[in-house]
Design a binder for this molecule. Structure first.
Ligand code: A2P
Length: 340
């Protein structure tokens, strides 16, 4: 079996750490693994498959040493280094929003549009979608294929790990301060209190009143499903949960689909686990089902009493795994299937 030398860019971060974990867990055929981060981390070590890797400086790394680069160090870092890596022959799987909307860059979820991955040859870059979009499209795909979808209305409940390792620390810190009766201060990461609160603000505000996180769900869902007619309306909310994003999804299908039919389609769909019993606890939640798992969990499947072709779903997944690192590693698996 061929082995591939892999560079993990952002290896000390929340998604980068999960990438290293998942490469080992899934026994990805690795040769050398390079853990890259900023100069700040140059003396650190990170875990990989029961060993430790010395973190190297991204700025000084020679990308001709790696065949695949898993990038998760923010858009600015990707904008600067991903084209350099691709020019050196390292195929980039980019987990930032830097290239997602470029027509020549495929935006891929393996369960949904694997056939588009070959388009990486244009720029040497494959884009990994936003965490909230990934779990949404995995759940939409079987319903979309069966009866078509006209409109999606979604409200998200996104965990702090989606904002990185420092945001995880900040939620823990604010929680401790508040429980001790101490005041908290706004920070760059959360401009208002996040502990015991819900913030309807993720990423930058746009001229149309939506946030960029919300617009990502619009642009990306249309691109991945290859349907610009699909209407998407999103409200993205940060909640004081450490791991796992939840979504209340309201669909308007093109043809009527009953809740039973939707449940059956979702049960057969790749990457989906249905937990839908009409009793207390008969539904998935971020902390109890999704965190540290691979599946996209779907529950609360019901027909919308306010619309003749409306369906409601509750969709939950681990944002660091399926929403980021796992999807990236699955893309690397798809890529090497095509290479071999
Ligand atoms: P570092 O730890 O050295 O700052 P998270 O999303 O959890 O905040 O993680 C971000 C990741 O991106 C970290 O591994 C961080 O490394 C890395 N990173 C941020 N800025 C840079 C940069 N300019 N060059 C290389 N890596 C960077």
């Amino acid at each position: 079996m061929n082995c591939y030398d892999i560079a993990v860019v952002g290896a000390t971060g929340a998604v980068g750490t999960a990438m290293l974990e998942i490469l080992a867990e899934r026994k990805f055929p690795v040769g050398n693994v390079y853990a890259l981060a900023s100069e700040r981390s140059a003396r650190k070590r990170v875990c990989f498959d029961n060993t430790e890797l010395q973190v190297e400086s991204l700025a000084r790394f020679d990308f001709s040493k790696a065949q695949i680069g898993l990038f998760s160090a923010g858009s600015k870092v990707s904008a600067e280094y991903a084209p350099q890596a691709a020019a050196a022959g390292c195929v980039v799987i980019d987990n930032t929003s830097c290239f997602r909307y470029e027509p020549a860059v495929p935006l891929v979820v393996p369960e949904v549009n694997p056939e588009t991955i070959g388009e990486y040859r244009h720029r040497g870059i494959i884009a990994n979608p936003n965490c909230s979009t990934i779990q949404l499209v995995v759940a939409l795909k079987p319903l979309y294929d069966a009866v078509g979808i006209e409109r999606v209305n979604v409200a998200t409940y996104q965990s702090v790990s989606g904002a990185g390792a420092r945001a995880i620390e900040e939620l823990a810190h604010q929680t401790m301060l508040l429980l001790n009766g101490d005041p908290i201060e706004a920070t760059a990461r959360f401009v208002k209190q996040i502990a015991f609160n819900a913030l309807p603000h993720i990423d930058e505000f746009q001229d149309n009143g939506y946030t960029r996180e919300e617009m990502k769900m619009v642009w990306e869902t249309q691109k991945i499903l290859g349907d610009e007619r699909l209407q998407v309306n999103a409200t993205a909310v940060r909640v004081p949960v450490f791991y796992g994003h939840s979504e209340a999804v309201h669909l308007e299908t093109r043809e009527k689909l009953t809740a039973d039919e939707a449940r059956t389609l979702l049960r057969r769909a790749p990457g989906v686990e249905v937990l839908d019993e009409r009793r207390p606890g008969g539904y998935p939640t971020a902390a109890t089902e999704a965190a540290h798992k691979d599946a996209v969990f779907v529950g609360r499947i019901r027909e919308d009493i306010s619309h003749p072709r409306g369906l409601d779903l509750w969709v939950v997944a681990d944002n660091l795994r399926k929403g980021g690192a796992l999807n990236s590693v699955q893309l690397a698996e798809l890529l090497i299937e095509q290479w071999c």
